[in-house]
Design a binder for this molecule. Sequence first.
Ligand code: GAR
Length: 189
Amino acid sequence: MSKKRVAVLISGRGSNLQALLDAEQDAYQIVLVVSNVPGAAGLDRAREAGIEALALDHKPYGKDREAFERDLDSLLVLRNIEIVALAGFMRVLTPFFVRAWAGRLVNIHPSLLPKYPGINTHARALEARDTEHGATVHLVVEEVDAGEIIGQASMPILAGDTPETLAHRLLAVEHALYPACLAKLARSL
Ligand code: GAR
């Protein structure tokens, strides 16, 4: 079976992108990285790995989210992308893009969904006095952070944890979870 061609969308440092690149890419092959933030550190990670890295700045599009997504979609279609993986891509996608990539659009979210969709997940887990925290890889649907769950991984919350220590410790969990889930999705398509 041929490897699925994957584009990773990022907005920042790209540590999950790095984990996806470093993992054994036997079911998928990352062929493109796009950032909506020019200068995102993750773009350099892609270039260092010899992968095409593009910035598509959302700002010139103003409030026209769909126009931004139409141009993004064209970039993906031109390169025969089969799966789009969001890795710290901090923009909510419109129904246009979500429908176009339904079943092939995946995201990693830093909580044990359905707990804490949206932002500030680490602080919310602490406020709720949860004893465990975790990350979820899920398909993207129109409702934010609500799609079918592909995989989850959890870790204990320790006495003295802050949102920052939780976020830091959870990253290592994310880095193991995301490649496994992306490979699982790639094999299922
Ligand atoms: C990760 O913790 C990821 O789960 C989170 O942003 C961070 C990106 O880090 N994503 C979201 O909050 C999506 N709503 P990275 O750029 O180092 O991969």
